[in-house]
Design a protein. Structure first.
Length: 262
């Protein structure tokens, strides 16, 4: 009987593992929009996972305002490098009496859960869980610069020949530059645009999140002159600080965004 218990314990340990690099957090985002006396919270997560098998499930294990926990599923966003994938998703706290939002705002506490081939990999920030203030903007993990990308599979609308984007970076020093190198013809030619910092980045969404925030994250805006005939734009972002350039080139693939001219 004792031997059976030991074997069972070993099986359970094998089925639940602490993630080494099977799943990692890239960015979490939490903002609260307040208008006309009503507050609404926007929550989003981006993670990178090892593509161990095609069939997989990726969750954020999130603590709700009432203290209970929920697994909120993430979806495949794009391929990354060396057999990895970026998964992402948003969460809205639901009012239990109807299908609308609850309008409760709350500080985040969460962990990451990855189920594949009968094994669950957990990233709970070394046993401390991840924590983020409710109206704080973005947090970055494992990188110093990361573009804000919603959908590379569907075309982005272009107005007046301009493609607009933004990027999160870690505030490593006061003096810094952010450039975007881009092409609309498959890199036969290329251009460079320079991003700009705005302390009011979040205010357009009626949020009072600071920029930079208490986690050292900053949001910068850029616009790319893609003309009125381009059907796609490919780009990478360089963050220049302290004599070093940190690149976000979509894990070696560059960002390739289809365009739809207005």
């Amino acid at each position: 009987m004792k031997k059976l218990l030991i074997v069972l314990a070993a099986f359970l340990l094998a089925a639940n593992a602490h993630a080494a690099d099977e799943i990692k957090l890239l960015r979490s985002q939490s903002t609260v929009s307040s208008k006309y006396g009503v507050s609404s919270q926007s929550i989003r997560f981006e993670v990178i996972v090892k593509n161990i098998a095609y069939a997989k499930q990726v969750y954020v294990h999130l603590k709700k305002p009432d203290g209970s926990w929920i697994d909120t599923p993430l979806s495949f966003m794009r391929a990354a490098d060396a057999g990895r994938e970026v998964w992402a998703g948003s969460y809205t706290d639901v009012n239990e009496t109807n299908t609308g939002p609850s309008f409760k705002t709350f500080d985040l506490e969460f962990a990451l859960r990855y189920k594949v081939n009968g094994v669950e990999y957990w990233d709970n920030n070394g046993g401390n869980n991840y924590k983020q203030a409710r109206d704080s903007g973005s947090m970055l993990f494992g990188t110093n610069v990361l573009a804000r990308v919603n959908d590379l599979n569907n075309p982005a609308w272009i107005y007046g020949g301009l493609f607009y984007g933004s990027v999160t970076l870690q505030n490593l020093a006061a003096n810094k530059q952010v450039k975007v190198v881009y092409s609309t013809d498959g890199w036969q030619t290329s251009k460079t645009a320079w991003a700009s910092f705005s302390p009011t980045f979040w205010f357009g969404g009626y949020s009072s999140a600071a920029n930079p925030n208490q986690y050292g994250a900053e949001e910068w805006n850029f616009q790319l002159d893609v003309g009125t005939t381009a059907s796609k734009v490919e780009y990478a972002i360089g963050y220049i600080v302290n004599g070093t350039t940190y690149w976000d080139n979509n894990f070696g693939r560059n960002y390739l965004q289809p365009l739809k001219q207005n």
